[in-house]
Design a binder for this molecule. Structure first.
Ligand code: CU
Length: 153
């Protein structure tokens, strides 16, 4: 009988101690975790904004070239650009007929524009080489509306 009471007392003390331990230790980790999660995010968003403004600055450095189209030639009839570098091409129709400017190998072309008008296109050559440009209207290509664009590595 005396042994049984001693065992019950020990169990009650252990149980009470266990509840106290769980109550005291359980709430502790969560405020620490929350605090450590909040601090890194403002730094991360500042870095992203800085990277974006650097990219915008690089985009504005396009090489600008002008080509005139007339019967039946291009002025200039040679161009040199760099692979991977953006080109801003201004095509002016200084003739009397409609003309366009096409490079099949680079997959680029202007619209057919009428006499006295201008079109601006932007492209980035993705391969090096020497390619022909021409006017796709009527027989203008056969009549001499051709030129060469050199894309350097
Ligand atoms: Cu033409």
């Amino acid at each position: 009988m005396k042994n049984n009471i001693a065992i019950v007392v020990v169990l009650v003390v252990l149980a009470a101690g266990g509840i106290w331990y769980v109550n005291k230790s359980a709430p502790l980790p969560s405020p620490v975790e929350e605090a450590s999660q909040v601090s890194p995010s403002p730094e991360a968003s500042t870095t992203a904004v800085m990277e974006k403004s650097n990219t915008t600055a690089t985009d504005s450095t396009a090489k600008e070239v002008t080509v005139e189209g007339l019967e039946f030639k291009f002025v200039a009839d040679t161009l040199t650009v760099k692979k991977g570098e953006k080109v801003k091409l201004t095509f002016k129709n200084t003739g009397k007929m409609p003309h366009d400017w096409v490079v099949d190998e680079l997959g680029i072309r202007t619209k057919v524009i009428s006499s006295g008008t201008t079109e601006v296109i932007e492209f980035t050559p993705d391969k090096a080489g020497v390619f022909e440009y021409y006017c796709s209207v009527g027989k203008h290509r056969e009549n001499g509306m051709v030129g060469k664009i050199t894309v350097t590595e």
